[in-house]
Design a protein around this ligand. Structure first.
Ligand code: SAM
Ligand code: ZN
Length: 391
């Protein structure tokens, strides 16, 4: 292959990857290399090793199959094969023939050819063809450039009953509200620029997946959600059941946000009750449709945290994210930030997150950190109530 490669180690696998230094200009840009490999995404893959292992424990499945149909160097799928104790078979694939050839080389390098099957196909065509032949997977992992939206339907069809769909989205500008039209086009949803936009982005994808699943007669139950660097990762359990599909559709709704007093809420259903803020009467902004149910399963998050912690070779950055996710997994939706609190109090100084959490705990309410934002607080109280408490 006429590509400048270097050999590296990530997790428990050795890999040949394009030499990013050779292919970059003034800044390091993995997308300029002939095959994609981003070393900065290692933490996400560390987390996903633990998430796939947790799926096995959560679902009591001891020999699982995984399909990662947008695999580039093969790193993600090879890591599942090498590092998740219950993985029996992994299918990796890439439409680009150079990537396919490198996937082969990397599977050989790790002596994984017995466990790993490799294809050189269009991802959706492969998923649908395998599903049609009756080859369905416990886990399908969609890790594309930008939006996962075009791949969701084929991925859902290639899942077994109670399989896990994992998706990455890196199109954060549309999802976080900086490009509303692009968000409408890709996800049929209106995002909101707020202090909790990142959670709204995650909920927009979950809502999109739930609707795609429902039309096929499948229900969706979120297991694990995390924003790691520039990647939003979502893992959901998919059940082939019309009653479950109806239940998850009931958890599609709208978000309302008051830009004057920062009141916010989520409500089931697509009929807007009122645009008037119940606290101050100002006209509120509305976003969605999106997922208004929980975005984590706390028991799943505990398992994933334990599987991460027991692997000492994984990054400490990932462990910190897992710990915060575990803390917030039982918390209420729509965090706020100390910046918003300072705006409301009119004081130039932001209180410390720890101080706010302590004050809330003193009155017996729930408050915790959020991994979405280092200045964030996930809490039962509205921002106006928080400022009262801090007086
Ligand atoms: C973001 S990269 C994958 C990164 C990889 N999963 C990792 O963890 O490093 C996306 C890959 O999908 C491939 N790709 C894009 N569209 C595709 C399609 N429709 N079918 C199959 N492969 C596709 C690209 O060639 C590229 O290698
Ligand atoms: Zn208000």
């Amino acid at each position: 292959m006429n590509i400048k490669l270097v050999e590296i180690t990530e997790g428990k696998v050795k890999l040949k990857v394009p030499d990013i230094m050779f292919y970059s200009g003034e800044r390091l840009e993995p997308a300029w290399a002939p095959i994609f490999y981003n070393p900065r995404m290692r933490t996400v893959r560390d987390i996903d090793v633990a998430v796939v292992e947790a799926y096995s424990s959560f679902n009591n499945r001891n020999a699982i199959t995984v399909c990662e149909p947008l695999s580039a160097t093969g790193v993600r799928g090879l890591r599942y094969a090498a590092e998740v104790s219950t993985v029996e078979k992994v299918v990796i694939n890439d439409r680009a023939s150079k990537a396919y050839m490198l996937e082969r080389e990397n599977a050989e390098l790790n002596r994984l050819l017995g466990k790993v099957e490799i294809y050189n196909r269009e991802a959706r065509a492969l998923l649908l063809e395998l599903a049609e032949k009756g080859v369905k997977f416990d886990v399908v992992d969609i890790d594309p450039f930008g939006t996962p939206a075009p791949f969701i339907e084929a991925a859902l069809l290639a899942l077994k009953h109670r399989g896990m769909l994992c998706v990455t989205a890196t199109d954060l500008a549309p999802l976080f509200g900086a490009k509303t039209e692009a968000c409408k086009r890709k996800y049929f949803a209106i995002p909101l620029q707020t202090e909790f936009s990142k959670e709204v982005g995650a909920r927009i994808i979950l809502g999109f997946v739930a609707r795609q699943a429902a039309k096929l007669g499948f229900g969706m139950h979120p297991l694990f959600t995390a924003l790691v660097g520039h990647a939003l990762r979502l893992s959901v359990l998919v059940e082939r059941s019309r009653s479950k599909a109806r239940k998850s559709l009931n958890l599609i709704g709208l978000v309302r946000y008051c830009r004057k007093c920062f009141y916010r809420d989520l409500a089931e259903g697509l009929l807007l009750r009122s645009e008037e803020c119940p606290r101050c009467g100002a006209k509120m902004s509305v976003g969605g449709p999106l997922w208004v149910g929980p975005i984590w399963d706390p028991e799943f998050c505990r398992l994933a945290y334990e599987h991460y912690e027991e692997r000492e070779y994984l990054s400490s950055k990932g462990l910190k994210t897992m710990r915060t996710v575990l803390l917030e997994s039982r918390g209420p939706p729509l965090y706020t930030t100390v910046t918003v609190i300072a705006k409301l109090t009119g004081s130039g100084d932001e209180p410390s997150v720890e101080k706010v959490i302590e004050k809330v705990a003193e009155v017996g309410k729930y408050a915790t950190l959020t991994h979405f934002d280092s200045k964030g607080i996930r809490c039962d109280l509205q921002p106006l109530d928080l400022t009262e408490l801090l007086k």
